[in-house]
Design a binder for this molecule. Structure first.
Ligand code: ZN
Length: 394
């Protein structure tokens, strides 16, 4: 914290005895000169002023507001000030609700850490490439890969949803050993999608201060796909020019939100990511209605997590590779909103992330990532109470 404050040299110079800023809404709090106690900001909220220096009118000392919390995101409404020179303020500037004021240095350092990189890591589809991913898995998730492999070996079909990473590595090692890598084989296809997604996520998000904490979910029983869905959703949201925060479990005993966007007046709209097994199957052999009833069930159960106390959207993550899945998901989401949208005014949207139909190939020479393409679709709830941050083209 200290070093951040010293590296920021943006300074507002208090040109009169009046506070430099007055915040909205009226918080009743003040930011005082740390040397003489003179009021620098009236109706102060710490999260609205990031690493901003203010020179006191009375004693000329410069006090700095704290830096942003590590891994936290800035509001889309942030004003930054270059870190050279000072800004003389004669009276009091009213700072509108929800607006953040930040030093450019603090803002840029934050963006550098919290924005995902465009590309994943280069991944070779051979024993060496898989070993490298196993190392990364152990380092970042804390998962005991060897112990998990032993469990999966006892009954791969039974444990694939519990210990998904260990299952997928086993499948790919077997296929490499037998020299048959065929994406038309359902298990090979799933394993490739899972492992490739993991590698992409690691490459894109490893700089994020909250990465390791959240990546532990890859190694927890039954939560690999949920964790993959969370990071994939955040990445696609960034590609669609939304700034998305990775949420931490901060209150004991409460369900853990996955993602959030910041709205006006410091409000947050959350995203809950769901990755049910019914959306992860490969092929055409599934019973009719399986996907539709899975979507319906998730929407109905989401009342426990998305309600008046925590407004937000639902994301359905599908790694299933089957014809028309993306279109089906869009249709079922739409149907679900028609059914419950009017009652569920705290449900902002139902989104889905699924693989595009046509692309899943192993590049020649078996080097590099497999080619696949996750797409975001969604329907906003027209009955949502409030300013809906999620908008989709029809
Ligand atoms: Zn002072």
């Amino acid at each position: 914290m200290e070093s951040n404050q010293q590296s920021s040299t943006v300074r507002f110079v208090q040109g009169s005895a009046a506070p430099v800023f007055r915040g909205e809404p009226e918080s009743g709090l003040t930011f005082l000169c740390e040397q003489c106690g003179h009021v620098l900001i009236d109706h102060y909220l710490a999260e609205d002023y990031i690493a901003v220096g203010i020179q006191c009118f009375q004693c000329k000392h410069v006090s700095f507001t704290p830096d942003i919390e590590l891994g936290e995101i800035f509001s889309a409404r942030t004003m930054t000030f270059p870190d050279q020179g000072g800004y003389l303020i004669g009276g009091t500037v009213t700072k509108r609700a929800g607006l953040m004021i930040a030093s450019s240095a603090a803002f840029n350092a934050n963006i550098e850490m919290t924005t995902p990189a465009e590309a994943g890591i280069p991944f070779e589809l051979n024993f060496k490439g898989l070993d490298r991913l196993v190392e990364i898995y152990a380092e970042t998730t804390g998962g005991d890969f060897a112990a998990q492999r032993k469990i999966v070996e006892r009954s791969p079909a039974k444990f694939r949803h519990d210990l998904t990473f260990a299952w997928a590595i086993g499948i790919l090692r077997d296929r490499l050993a037998a020299n048959v890598l065929d994406v038309r084989d359902a298990d090979t296809c799933s394993a490739l999608i899972y492992i490739s997604t993991f590698g992409s996520i690691y490459g894109r998000w490893k700089r994020h201060p909250r990465f390791n904490l959240i990546a532990r979910g890859f190694a927890k029983p039954k939560s690999f796909l949920h964790t993959a869905g969370l990071f994939t959703t955040a990445f696609i949201m960034y590609q669609n020019a939304s700034i998305v925060g990775l949420a931490l479990e901060d209150r004991y005993g409460e369900p853990n939100p996955d993602l959030y966007v910041r709205g006006v007046q410091g409000s947050r709209t959350y995203l809950e990511v769901k990755a049910p097994q019914a959306l992860q199957t490969i092929g055409e052999a599934d019973p009719p209605g399986m996907v539709e009833s899975a979507v319906k069930q998730i929407v109905d159960r989401s009342k426990a997590q998305i309600n008046r106390n925590r407004v937000g959207g639902l994301v359905l993550f599908a790694t299933g590779f089957r014809k028309n899945l993306a279109n089906d998901m869009a249709r079922f989401s739409h149907n679900a909103l028609v059914r419950v949208g009017r009652q569920r005014t705290s449900l902002a949207a139902i989104m889905s992330i699924s693989l595009a139909d046509t692309k899943l190939t192993i590049p020649a020479g078996r080097n590099g990532m497999i080619e696949m393409d996750f797409r975001l679709g969604g329907v906003a709830n027209p009955h949502f109470a409030g300013d809906n941050p999620f908008k989709f083209e029809a």
